[in-house]
Design a protein around this ligand. Structure first.
Ligand SMILES: [Zn+2]
Length: 98
């Protein structure tokens, strides 16, 4: 009974959080439009764990601020990798084509 209550509360909290982000994105989109800008929502999951060179996703790619791909050995700053992956997912950067 207590467990069900906890699960219900977790579900309610998740709904409030989801609605919060929806409202936030709506307001942000309006602000962007009024400034003649475009809002491009991007899924941020694993952006700092994904190699922008080869696409390999691994938690081991990241060591604090250092990023080193365990597959292709690409090395970069983790924040730069995260920003690069967000730009790639938004379609703002074309990936290198070998
Ligand atoms: Zn790689």
């Amino acid at each position: 009974m207590v467990r069900r209550g906890a699960a219900s509360k977790a579900g309610l909290n998740r709904s409030i959080l989801d609605a919060g982000w929806g409202v936030f994105l709506g307001i942000l989109a309006q602000k962007a439009e009024s400034a003649a800008r475009v809002l491009i929502p991007v899924d941020p999951r694993n952006t700092s764990r994904t190699c922008p060179e080869c696409g390999h996703v691994d938690a081991q790619n990241r060591d604090g601020e250092k990023f080193q791909c365990t597959s292709c050995q690409h090395i970069d700053h983790a924040d730069r990798v995260g920003a690069w992956n967000v730009a790639l997912r938004a379609g703002l950067v074309l990936p290198d084509v070998a």
